[in-house]
Design a protein around this ligand. Structure first.
Ligand SMILES: Cc1cc2nc3c(=O)[nH]c(=O)nc-3n(C[C@H](O)[C@H](O)[C@H](O)COP(=O)(O)O)c2cc1C
Length: 243
């Protein structure tokens, strides 16, 4: 079988810069709705985010129903940013990895997965992501990896269910980033929120016990006074270290 090739197409960096630089956390939206096809396209952009081992430990709950939107305002602690025509709760589904691993092999694009992928998802990923009841396997792995790591570079985690939470959170946060940039690219705006009552939000979304809300992203049309202050960042020299 010929090796897969996907050329790097030409893109526009000025266009990307414009999108990134004009994306602000918008705390006030107009009443205008975002067309459904735009919401759907932006969600597709979120699904295209890089994610750990391609195990896609996420779900996206799109809230547009007026009654449910109203209920989310107090759950988001009355934040102005939550008064939006659409809210997207990005939900960590760390326990889904086993199913997704199977599906990747079964639904491999273009036919049979290569041996390296088969080995990865049916062997290595199983060892990496299984932590066992009360993290018993994770703890054993930690001992083994620490010992092996004395001899040579070695992956050190995840070795607990808490590590698995962080593992899923990384991928979900990248998806949130994609989603917000997609909204901006489409001419709309957004605000990421972690300021919400997680217990009440879970109840409203009827989430299963093993699901965690990573972030709620509100989106809509930026009101004239929707951005509260100019962007501030610590000077780049203080945080970017060229080695
Ligand atoms: C994980 C996370 C949680 C946030 N939670 C909130 C929030 O609950 N409410 C809010 O108004 N902004 C929230 N923000 C937005 C930040 O305050 C904002 O990104 C930051 O001040 C920088 O401004 P900018 O996004 O306009 O560049 C959050 C951002 C992130 C990444």
């Amino acid at each position: 079988m010929a090796a897969y090739r996907e050329p790097a197409i030409k893109t526009s960096f000025p266009a990307f810069k414009k999108i990134v630089n004009s994306r602000r956390s918008v705390r006030k939206f107009t009443d205008e709705k975002i067309p459904q096809n735009v919401i759907d396209d932006c969600l597709d952009m979120a699904l295209a985010a890089p994610n750990s081992s391609n195990l896609q430990p996420w779900e996206f709950y799109v809230i547009q129903d007026e009654t449910l939107l109203k209920k989310f305002v107090p759950v988001c602690l009355g934040q102005q940013a939550a008064r939006a025509p659409v809210l997207v709760a990005i939900v960590e589904r760390q326990a889904n990895w086993r199913d997704v691993a199977k599906r990747i092999l079964r639904e491999w694009p273009g036919g049979q997965p290569p041996k390296i992928a088969k080995d990865y998802y049916s062997k290595l990923a199983q060892v990496m992501y299984t932590q066992g009841p009360m993290d018993v396997l994770g703890r054993a792995k930690k001992v083994g990896l620490t010992a092996a790591g004395m001899m040579k570079p070695m992956i050190r985690g995840p070795v607990s269910s808490a590590d698995m939470d962080v593992w899923a959170a990384k991928s979900c946060a990248l998806a949130a980033g994609h989603l917000m940039l997609a909204f901006r690219a489409a001419g709309y705006d957004s605000c990421p929120m972690e300021g919400f009552d997680a217990v009440r939000a879970r109840k409203l979304l009827k989430l299963p016990g093993d699901a965690t809300i990573n972030m709620i992203v509100s989106a809509g049309v930026r009101a004239e006074d929707g951005v509260f202050s100019p962007r501030y960042r610590v000077p780049r020299e203080e945080v970017i270290r060229y080695l």
